[in-house]
Each structure stands twice: as C-alpha cells, then as structure tokens.
Design a binder for this molecule. Structure first.
Ligand SMILES: Cc1cc2nc3c(=O)[nH]c(=O)nc-3n(C[C@H](O)[C@H](O)[C@H](O)COP(=O)(O)OP(=O)(O)OC[C@H]3O[C@@H](n4cnc5c(N)ncnc54)[C@H](O)[C@@H]3O)c2cc1C
Length: 597
C-alpha cells in the first residue's frame, strides 16, 4: 500500500496559475491570503493529512463503525484524530471571523479539503457536512441560533448533518413525510424517520446538530410545503453547553460497499413526545434553504472525486514502478517494471490527467465563488455567481464519474493484485462509488445542467460560459510551442462541439423535454471534458512561460504541459464525439417500449 504524499507543488501551481489566488487575495477582506500563507496551509495541512489521517484510512475501512445500545463507535483513532483536527483550527479556515472563523477564501479551504479527502474520505465527510450546515445557518439562522450554534460548529466542537432522505423520498423530496408540530413556545416537535444520514450519530464530538427537512401541519403538498429545522442531539443549556438529550436516536448503521468508517444512519426523530427543533429561515422554504447547503456540498463532493483520483493515482504509480513483468519495450531488456509498458503509461496518464483536470475545475469554481461574494463590482458578482451555478452540476458530476473510472483503472494497473484488498487499490474504488450517487445523483446533476442552467434562461449563461472558453483558447494563440499549439487546436474542436450541442438542446431539445433529458448525461460529460481542457490549457501556458526562468522546476513544468497535451489529444477527442450522441442518440433512448426492457 502506497503512503499518501500530498501533491503540494501541483496544488500550489493550480492555486496560483489556474484559479488565480493572486486576484482572489486582492478582493476586499481576503488580503491575508498571500502566497506565503497558502504555502504554510498546504505544508501544515499536508503533514496533518499524511501523518494523522492517512494512516487511519485502511484501518478504518477494515474496522467500520459499531452500534451498540444506541452508542455509535467510530474506528479506533478517529475520535483522537478529530480532536487534533479541531485543536489545530482546520474546520474554521473559510468562516467569518464574527463566528470564530479565520476569514480566508473558499479557494484556500478547498485546497485544504482536498488534503483531508485524499488522506481519508470517510473522516473528511464529517467536517464537510458540518461546514455545509454552518454555511446554511450563517445565511438563514436567527441571531440567537447563530450565537449559540455557529461558533461551536465553525470550530468543529459540534458537528452538523443533513437530514433529507426518507425511504419514499430520495431524489423526489416532495414526498417527505417527517412532521413538525408547533410546541407553542416558539419551538417545534419533530417526528419521523430519516435514512442514509451521514455521521448522524458518532463519538467524535460533544454534540451533533441535525438540519432536518419536515412538514408543518398546514404546509402545502409537495416541495413547497417543506420547512427546515435545527434539531440538536443535546439541547444547549443556558450557557450553550450540551444539556438534556433530545428525543432522537440512531436505529441502525448501514453495512455498505465503501466509506466504511463514515456512519450512514437510520435516524428516528420523536419516538416519544417529539424531538425539539427550531425553524431555520422561513416556513415552507426549507428546500430552498437546504439548497444553500447542497450547492456547497455538491462542489465539495466534486472535490472528493479529485481527492480519490489523486490517491488512486499515487497508489498505481507506486505499484507500477515496483512490479517487474516482461521486457523493456525500448531496449528489449528483461525484468522491466511495468511502468515501462506503453499501455501502463496510458493508464497512468489517464488517471493523472483526469485528476489534474478535476482539480483545476474544483479550484476554479471555488475562486469564482469567492469573486461572486467579494468583488466590489456588482456586475462582476452577478456574472461569476451565474457561472458558479452553471458549473456546480459539472463540478459535482464530472470528477466523480472520473473518480470511479480512475479508481477502476488503478485496479487494472495492479493486475490481479488490484482485486486483492491488501494493496489498497480496491478501497479507493469502493469508496469512490458513492460519489456519483449522493448529493443528487449524477443523472440529476445532468438534468439540472440541461433543464435549469441551459434551457431555462434560453442559453444565456451557457453562451457566456462558451465565450469564456473561447477567450481562454485565444489566449493560447501566441504560444509557438508545439504542445501548447496542439492543446489549442483540440480545444477549439471541443468548444465548437459544445457550442453545437448547446444549440441543439436549445432548438431540438426544447420542444420535447424527454429528448433533451436523454441527451443530458452526454452533454454534461462533453461540457466537463471541454472545461477541463480549457483549464489544463491555461496551466500549460503558465508552465511554458515559467520554463526558462525556473530551471529547478523544469521537470515539473514539462510534466504539466505533457499531461495537458495528453488530456487534449487522448481524452478530449472521444468527448467531442458526444456531439453526435447528443444530436442523434436521444431517439433510440426513447424508442424502446417499456415492457420490452
Ligand atoms: C452512503 C450514503 C450517504 C448518504 N448521506 C446522506 C445524508 O447525509 N443525508 C441525506 O439526506 N441523504 C443522504 N444520502 C442519500 C442520497 O442523497 C440518495 O441516496 C440520493 O439522492 C438518491 O436517492 P435514492 O437513493 O432514493 O435514489 P432514487 O431517487 O430512487 O433514484 C434511483 C435512480 O433513479 C434516477 N432518478 C430518480 N429520479 C429521477 C428523475 N426525476 N429523473 C431522472 N432520473 C431519476 C436516479 O438518478 C437513480 O439513478 C446518502 C446515501 C448514501 C448511499
């Protein structure tokens, strides 16, 4: 099993040259995000990830969680690691100093989150959900809720969950049945059962703050009748310390394919008189409020995809250097490590290029989010916010689909040993498999992209995204270097294909929603691949500019250019072919009669 080596140089490069940390640091309130601070965060975070979290990844996977008499125990080492994580201040990076945060850009916390997720995906889910819940409370909570809960959640002392799913209400949250009855004192009594609740119960923190979707007695049917409630495991006493136990418990923890160390709980609320909860935001607006958390989590899940790709890639490279098999294809010498075989190189480069493209996408989206929040010009804020909305389903789905594929290739690189748990390659594959499912399946992301982001505004945001891609492509024009020129040539083809596919959706797809929905997944795949090539091209151009001035970093910079070229010449062409799938493939999808399946 290969240890995790945080890719600090690569992360710093993407922060500086792809996401534009310098421009983010010039936004009001982000002045502290200097290159030195970024380097220190990566350095220290990298040590924590590699030394504290990564060693618990395989042991946590093997041990899983235990539930006995309502007490859920996480694997050995997890509670202590979480305490150390909180003591080091890691959960608070991007939060407002008024709530105990460090006021840093999301871009920097995104980089830090990659470290936690690569080192230990199960562990990282706990702070990830807490962060989403705290973000939502900061937006919609009352002053009192913020005073009591936010500093404790921002510090990580209390953790957060999201309670949406019920047995009959998965994708379709309009079917939610959990109820909330006014208790007459401003509080509510919550009753109902939730399933699949990540870190719904655990032993890592002194309190758990559940964000629960439920219906008020007079709420309208469907999604418009859902409200959001804050339901703590322990009711805070007068001093804000965990006090009386609330009427909620974990009925069971699921036995699942991966992320074994992250509890997935069936939660019962209100088996007695009803769990005490407080309304967050407005009545019947719960789903809209929850989306503030879900959009945030969707970007974070995409980042989980990046993280697992990086980990699977490191594991595969480590194995490919050591496994001796066959002759060196160049010299004919026997006893070659398999990394010398062209097909193994192809597999490794596929993994590496997808990981780098996913990272570029996730970091660029985080930078756009920071710009949308802090830029002094409101027109820029609006434009960036629209682009983040457009990119959110792409950032969630593209790197997570790529993560499953990449982790699978990682197993393939190992040959038979990849199928054997001992190497660790299989865990990455098992862990990655949840990513395209939770936080809205990737099919739903594709629906969102096509229905809400492309069609709803008549293609306005899609076209402004395409204009940005064209500008990116044009900025590569001055480079004479054959690799950068090759990237540009393929990128032009990719942008043309995406543009044609968008116009097809806007015309042919508009009249028949089923046709556009049948094309949604290939459209997302094309958009994600072209966006990846755009950002890798930006990185390749920056690397090329530094080649002469930075002799020590030459091998790293050349590798950046080669990887981007591989992406453009090897991975982009099959995605470009999706233009035809989009234009012609919907009819057969819809043609087969239901009973013929
Ligand atoms: C390990 C794990 C952790 C989770 N953590 C949480 C959590 O912390 N909190 C929480 O609330 N939930 C959580 N979930 C639930 C998760 O978000 C749901 O499983 C997911 O949203 C899909 O819902 P479902 O399982 O009911 O599938 P379904 O909705 O039944 O979907 C089944 C299939 O049908 C497709 N489908 C459904 N509706 C449509 C449609 N309208 N158009 C096109 N295709 C459609 C889906 O894409 C999918 O392929 C977790 C789930 C797991 C497995």
């Amino acid at each position: 099993m290969t240890d995790y080596a945080p890719p600090l140089k690569e992360m710093q490069f993407v922060l500086d040259h792809v996401a534009g940390l310098g421009a983010i640091a010039s936004l009001p309130g982000y002045g502290e995000a200097t290159p030195d601070l970024a380097a220190a965060i990566l350095e220290e975070g990298g040590k924590f990830a590699a030394q504290v979290l990564a060693p618990l990844n395989a042991t946590g996977d093997a041990a899983g969680v235990q539930l006995e008499n309502g007490v859920l125990t996480t694997p050995e080492g997890f509670p202590a690691a979480y305490r150390a994580f909180v003591e080091a201040g890691w959960p608070a990076l991007q939060f407002d100093p008024d709530h105990g945060g460090q006021g840093l850009p999301w871009l920097l916390s995104t980089a830090a989150m990659e470290l936690w997720n690569s080192a230990n995906l199960s562990f990282a889910l706990c702070p990830m959900l807490t962060q989403g819940a705290a973000e939502m409370l900061a937006l919609y909570g009352t002053e009192e809720q913020k005073r009591v809960y936010l500093p404790r959640m921002v510090s990580g002392a209390w953790t957060g969950t999201m309670n949406l799913t019920e047995p009959q209400a998965g994708t379709d949250l309009g079917e939610i049945r959990a109820r909330a009855e006014p208790a007459g004192d401003g509080r509510f009594r919550i009753k109902g059962q939730k399933i699949f609740i990540t870190f719904g119960e655990h032993d890592m923190a002194e309190n758990i703050v559940h964000m629960v979707l439920a219906r008020l007695p007079d709420g309208p049917k469907g999604v418009r009748g859902i409200s959001l409630f804050l339901v703590p495991k322990y009711l805070p006493d007068g001093e804000g310390r965990p006090g009386e136990r609330n009427d909620l418990r974990c009925l069971s923890a699921e036995d699942k394919l991966g992320i074994h160390a992250a509890p997935t709980c069936i939660m019962a609320f209100g088996e007695g008189e009803g769990a005490i909860g407080w309304l967050v935001g407005e009545e019947n607006q719960g789903l809209a409020h929850m989306f503030a958390m879900m959009n945030n989590e969707r970007l974070a899940v995409g980042l989980q995809g990046v993280a697992i790709m990086e980990r699977a890639y490191q594991q595969a490279v480590g194995f490919a250097r050591e496994r001796i098999q066959g002759r060196d294809e160049a010299t004919g010498e026997p006893g070659a490590p398999i990394i010398r075989h062209a097909d193994v190189r192809r597999m490794l480069l596929t993994m590496r290029a997808k990981a780098e493209a996913g990272r570029a996408l996730a970091y660029a989206a985080a930078a756009m989010l920071d710009t949308a929040r802090r830029h002094p010009d409101e027109a820029v804020q609006r434009e960036e916010a629209a682009l983040v909305e457009f990119l959110t389903p792409i950032v969630k789905a593209w790197p997570t689909d790529a993560a499953v594929e990449t982790a699978s290739i990682g197993i393939q690189v190992h040959g038979g040993m990849g199928f054997i748990e001992e190497t660790g390659a299989a865990q990455h594959y098992r862990d990655a498999r949840i990513l395209p499912i939770y936080e809205g399946t990737n099919g739903i992301q594709a629906r969102d992209l096509v229905g809400r982001k492309v069609l709803r505004d008549g293609g306005e945001t899609a076209r402004s995204f395409l204009a940005r891609l064209r500008k990116g492509e044009e900025s590569l024009a001055p480079f004479q270097d054959p690799a950068v020129a090759a990237i540009r040539a393929r990128l032009v083809d990719g942008i043309d294909a995406l543009s044609e596919a968008t116009e097809w959706l806007l015309h042919a797809g508009k009249d028949d929603p089923r046709r556009s929905m049948a094309a949604a997944a290939p459209y997302l795949s094309l958009a994600g691949t072209v966006a990846g090539a755009w950002l890798l091209g930006r990185g390749a151009a920056a690397a090329h500019q530094s080649l002469d001035s930075d002799a020590a970093d030459r091998p790293f910079l050349e590798a950046k250019i080669t990887t981007a070229r591989f992406f453009a010449e090897h991975l982009l062409p099959p995605a470009i072919a999706l233009r035809d799938t989009i234009a012609r493939g919907s009819d057969p999808v819809l043609a087969l009669a239901e009973d013929a399946f």
